[in-house]
Ligand binder design. Structure first.
Ligand code: PLP
Length: 409
């Protein structure tokens, strides 16, 4: 059981351990920037899949949607979304609608049926992409004695999930004909919205409008939603009734580089203590296979974090960390539970000092943008790899004015 008080435990409690410091101010500031971009009439559905992009889904849900006792009285976002029913269960109680993004498939295989029953009883919105899935969910809802909230995701060009345009009207008719189903929304997902001139995005939005226009005009309560973070900032015509920001809420620019015109604030800082310092002589080898050798006498700092925590092995002999604000390069191989850094440039570093592995300053040498470059990936993957051994704690209680700015009108 995690209650509100536990969620706001003092970050100091974990001072001697690796921790993710999550800034409520930054999350609320980013939600306010999204709100500014879409205006007061468009709903915001915060994407919390994959443990809120590694930030801790319960913490983030609490900050943005104000589930438990909180300084925030009205939530910064209007709805939440996760990938799966399992993730929804981990989230605990939600105030607004909670969307399950992964389409319902194989409802009668394994444990699926009981999961779907849980979702229906909890009022979560299930995603349907086939008439067969709609029939199955209707049958389960009937047996539960409760209507199931559902939405349709349409494949308008990504060719991943979603109902094909040719089958959309059949699915729509199937759902509206089933009394146990209540249609919550219609959506699609954009494939390259970070490109403001993308022709594909224009075609996707046009296809979505063509398919849904008539129905939406007759059914204004059914929410249409298309935009991810990049859609929000680069394609105004993708906003519709609701937007689905993920990465931008966590403070990362959808262009995958900091942008002056969108002052998003990274909400996560990953620190760990220096647990040991070893003097090594010139010529000494460090770590598995001795992939680094001291070219002068130096001091090697030991950090209790490794690739099992999501500090990637590809950072070996490549990434930087910050110790007392100074650069300390990773030397030798990152191992499963431990990482070694060269303290040559940090002569005053002591055991117990905090090492910054991932900084919340977007321009820092250890920003998530920089770590993603070193690992030849994107900030999304760096974040979602951070493992469960790292404690997620709030770095501060939210400031009232930031909370106010993020509130719905
Ligand atoms: C993950 C996801 C989003 C959020 O995308 P970002 O690029 O992180 O803003 C939106 N919609 C769907 C369907 C998603 O799966």
């Amino acid at each position: 059981m995690v209650c509100g008080n536990e969620l706001r435990m003092d970050a100091k409690q974990f001072l001697a351990e690796p921790r993710l410091l999550i800034s409520a101010d930054a999350l609320l500031h980013n939600a306010a920037l999204v709100r500014q971009a879409v205006g007061p009439d468009t709903r915001i559905c915060a994407i919390l899949k994959a443990d809120a992009y590694g930030h801790g889904a319960r913490l983030v849900a609490d900050i943005l949607a104000g589930h438990s006792a909180n300084t925030i009285n009205s939530p910064a976002v209007d709805a939440l979304a996760v990938a799966s029913i399992d993730e929804a269960e981990l989230l605990g109680q939600a105030t607004g609608p909670l969307l399950i993004l992964r389409p319902v498939e194989n409802s009668f295989l394994g444990d699926q049926r009981s999961r779907i029953e849980t979702a229906i009883r909890s009022g979560w919105v299930l995603t349907l992409c086939s008439a067969a899935a709609a029939d199955d969910v209707a049958r389960i809802a009937l047996a539960c004695g409760k209507r199931a909230a559902v939405q349709i995701m349409i494949d308008t060009g990504m060719s991943r999930s979603g109902v094909a345009p040719e089958q959309f009207s059949n699915l729509l008719n199937t759902i509206t004909a089933h009394a146990p189903l209540r249609l919550f929304g219609l959506g699609t997902h954009l494939a390259e919205s970070e490109d403001a001139d993308s022709q594909l995005t224009t075609r996707q939005i046009d296809a979505f409008l063509r398919l849904t226009g008539q129905f939406a005009a007759a059914n204004p309560r059914v929410l249409r939603h298309v935009a991810n973070s990049a859609g929000i900032f680069f394609h105004r015509q993708s906003h519709f009734d609701m937007v689905r920001p993920g990465i931008s809420l966590y403070g990362i620019d959808p262009t995958m580089a900091p942008a002056k015109e969108r002052p998003l604030r990274p909400a996560l800082k990953w620190t760990a203590p220096l647990v040991h310092i070893r003097h090594v002589k010139k010529g000494a080898g460090v770590g598995y296979n001795q992939t680094w050798r001291a070219t002068r006498d130096t001091r090697i700092g030991l950090i209790p974090v490794g690739y099992a925590d999501g500090y990637l092995r590809s950072f070996s002999n490549t990434a930087q960390t910050l110790v007392c604000g100074k650069a300390a390069p990773v030397v030798g191989r990152v191992s499963m539970d431990l990482t070694t850094v060269d303290l040559e440039l940090v002569p005053d570093a002591c055991i117990g000092d905090q090492v910054t592995l991932l900084d919340d300053d977007p321009h820092s040498p250890t920003s998530v943008y920089q770590l993603a470059k070193w690992a030849n990936t994107v900030p999304y993957e760096i974040f979602t790899r951070i493992g469960p051994r790292v404690h997620r704690v709030l770095s501060e209680t939210p400031k009232e004015e930031v909370a106010n700015a993020a509130r719905t009108a």
